[in-house]
Write a protein that binds this ligand. Structure first.
Ligand SMILES: *[C@@H]1O[C@H](CO)[C@@H](O)[C@H](O)[C@H]1NC(C)=O
Ligand SMILES: *[C@@H]1O[C@H](CO)[C@@H](O)[C@H](O)[C@H]1NC(C)=O
Ligand SMILES: *[C@@H]1O[C@H](CO)[C@@H](O)[C@H](O)[C@H]1NC(C)=O
Ligand SMILES: *[C@@H]1O[C@H](CO)[C@@H](O)[C@H](O)[C@H]1NC(C)=O
Length: 329
């Protein structure tokens, strides 16, 4: 009862408080949505996941959180994979991941969380697969058939407004880093600024230029444009998938793409300073790690993985959004 009343209080009043800030209406909706979800989850699941209440307790008081958002963000990739078929994943059941109370969001929670928000996903086919998971999570199966057909028209952009929750998602086909820089430039002049930006590239560059050094130079441009914009609070970088060279489907790919060049590309991502852990604006969604966890059984062509891998990346992203929304209250 107490918890319910407390939840109601926050759902009603915290968004009102936020509305007084210089946030756009869109963002207020977004943040109130996020707050609502985290409380709703806590109210419904607290008996089973006592840890969540620990994460939430600091909200009403001004005492320091038991677990800092930073430590939860750094353990957000602590997942393990089952050896069953089909493979599935869950968050580690030991600390710190356990205490952070990470949750796979249900359709309706995800829909509420993203209510009225604008999402831009830009990059190569990995980014397209992430956009697909976002939509699979919030749309029903019949709607997804149409989406899948449109989204997978080769090498094209895609836009959808989700009627159920007023969310707008854009997928921007941007296989090269210069395309990401250009996308960021266009975002900057756009009136309706995105709430969530997801970007990631690397494989096209690896295949066509095979030069980690050039890749690093291009990434520094991306970083400059991303930092220049400075307005987006939620930016995610989609890491490159683990390559299974033997399964790559052309001779050219097998020749140019392997894990040693992959490591030198990853090294460039690190040293470009794009990522939050290296002082940049993007939080890494570590597809390299997740795909390695799922293993070579999860890829047919050695670079695109089964949906379950991108679904894991998506739930990691949504949990990061919840953590970050807490952080700003
Ligand atoms: C979500 O969005 C829809 C459509 O934009 C709106 O009618 C509804 O009130 C919103 N729900 C919440 C919980 O904000
Ligand atoms: C992406 O960048 C490449 C290389 O700079 C360019 O040729 C291509 O037109 C760009 N594609 C899009 C969709 O902007
Ligand atoms: C990996 O690919 C690079 C070129 O991309 C090549 O120079 C190198 O020999 C390859 N390494 C292995 C172990 O195949
Ligand atoms: C990039 O940074 C991450 C996090 O510090 C580290 O785990 C990874 O090994 C680094 N990659 C390379 C190729 O150095």
């Amino acid at each position: 009862m107490m918890v319910g009343a407390l939840a109601a209080f926050f759902v009603l009043f915290v968004p009102m408080g936020l509305a007084g800030w210089h946030l756009s209406r869109n963002k207020v909706l977004f943040f109130s949505g996020a707050l609502f979800i985290s409380l709703a989850i806590a109210v419904h699941l607290t008996p089973y996941f006592p840890s969540i209440s620990r994460l939430l307790v600091p909200l009403p008081s001004s005492s320091p959180p038991v677990l800092s958002p930073i430590s939860c963000l750094s353990s957000i990739h602590d997942v393990f994979w089952s050896s069953h078929d089909p493979p599935s994943w869950s968050w580690s059941r030991s600390n710190p991941a356990l205490s952070c109370g990470f949750q796979k969001l249900t359709r309706s929670d995800a829909s509420d969380l993203l209510n009225g928000s604008r999402i831009i996903v830009a990059g190569d086919s990995q980014a397209r697969l992430l956009a697909l998971s976002v939509l699979s999570l919030i749309l029903d199966h019949t709607a997804m058939d149409t989406v899948r057909a449109d989204l997978f028209k080769r090498h094209s952009d895609y836009h959808i407004s989700v009627p159920e929750n007023g969310a707008d998602l854009d997928f921007v086909w941007a296989p090269y880093e210069s395309n990401l820089t250009e996308t960021l430039r266009r975002i900057e002049v756009n009136e309706r600024y995105p709430d969530v930006v997801v970007m990631g590239d690397g494989l096209w560059h690896m295949l066509h230029f095979t030069s980690a050094l050039d890749y690093g130079v291009a990434l520094r441009d991306v970083r400059r444009s991303a930092t220049g914009t400075g307005r987006s609070r939620h930016m995610f970088w989609l890491g490159m998938p683990t390559l299974v060279s033997a399964k790559l489907n052309t001779e050219e790919k097998r020749m140019r793409m392997n894990m040693s060049i992959w490591a030198s590309y990853e090294q460039e991502v690190n040293s470009s300073g794009l990522l939050r852990q290296f002082g940049g604006p993007f939080l890494l969604l570590d597809v390299g790690l997740l795909s390695r966890g799922c293993g070579s059984r999860c890829t047919v062509d050695g670079m695109h993985y089964d949906e379950v891998v991108y679904e894991a990346a998506l739930h990691i992203m949504l949990n990061a959004l919840l953590i970050e929304s807490h952080q700003r209250i």
